[in-house]
Design a binder for this molecule. Structure first.
Ligand SMILES: [Ca+2]
Ligand SMILES: [Ca+2]
Length: 304
């Protein structure tokens, strides 16, 4: 009998233990389990008063009014041209590293649960080109005949792009080539000209002028001319020579004593003669006392 009692007692204990185990899974009132807070599904309000202003030539200052949220705004998402560039926790952001161009920005607010507000109104910002091209270097100028000059120089560089050059002759703009050379025309013979070149970009920024270079055009090629030469005269009081010419043999357009005084030289080029004409020439020598020699022998030349 005592054995039976012991078995019953064991069963009873087991039952009690099992009963206790079942109870653990039902509830343990008062320990906090079962009071999980409901999730936040309400997004913050859309950021308002969004503005963007250029900051120097490579930055933009953005600002907006704070959003509100049923729980709390934890930060903002700034997008430039649709791409997230920053997640500030305040209501402003200074964007950097911009180059010349136009940018579009939006900002959205978020809360701790990851809810996002709608994007703000988009604002655009243009970074203008204020950087001039580099100064053209290596400017050279060479006469091209007696009425032209050929200029060339090294290309300038620019943060955006060089669109052309400004050529100045004696300080006055004469051309706006888009290449690095220029052929000037319409110059006068035997004349010196000074040139500079500057570069410009699409925004109108101008480089400083290049170093100035000068070119002297040669005398015009003799045209309708006659070159005369004679032997020098040995006279103690020699002053110089006079040239006489006409269109008939022995008859000159200048009276004796009124010939072209060419100085104490033994050559002279007569220019400006008429085409289709035969010319006749003679030379005299004269001294410091005003005495003049007879005419030299006569020479003639046909101007075709
Ligand atoms: Ca919320
Ligand atoms: Ca520029």
């Amino acid at each position: 009998m005592s054995r039976m009692k012991a078995l019953l007692l064991l069963l009873a204990v087991t039952t009690v233990v099992l009963t206790g185990c079942n109870g653990v899974g039902e509830a343990e009132p008062g320990n906090g389990v079962g009071t999980t807070p409901s999730a936040d599904t309400t997004p913050p309000s859309m950021p308002a008063d969004f503005t963007a202003a250029a900051a120097g030539s490579t930055g933009a200052n953005l600002s907006w009014s704070a959003s509100t949220d049923n729980v709390g705004v934890t930060g903002y998402i700034v997008r430039r041209n649709g791409v997230q560039v920053a997640t500030p926790t305040t209501t402003s952001y200074a964007d950097t590293g911009l180059s010349v161009g136009t940018y579009s920005y939006t900002v959205a607010a978020r809360d701790a649960a990851g809810n996002l507000s709608p994007n703000s109104t988009s604002v655009s910002l243009t970074i203008a080109d204020t950087t001039p091209p580099t100064t053209p270097a290596g400017l050279t100028a060479a006469a091209a005949g007696s009425t032209g000059a050929n200029l060339s120089w090294s290309a300038s560089t620019d943060n955006v792009g060089v669109t052309g050059y400004i050529v100045r002759r004696n300080g006055v703009q004469v051309a706006t080539p888009t290449t690095t050379s220029f052929a000037d025309t319409g110059l006068s013979a035997a004349t010196t000209y000074s040139y500079t070149v500057a570069a410009r970009d699409a925004a109108g920024n101008l480089s400083p002028n290049s170093a100035s270079v000068s070119v002297t055009t040669p005398p015009s090629a003799p045209s309708n001319s006659a070159g005369l030469a004679w032997d020098s005269v040995a006279a103690p009081n020699l002053s110089g020579y006079r040239v006489y010419f006409g269109t008939a043999p022995g008859t000159y357009l200048q009276s004796l004593g009124q010939g072209i005084s060419v100085g104490n030289v033994t050559t002279y080029t007569m220019t400006g003669l008429a085409s289709g004409t035969q010319y006749y020439f003679a030379v005299t020598a004269f001294d410091t006392l005003g005495q003049e020699s007879p005419y030299s022998n006569e020479v003639s030349k046909n101007i075709p």
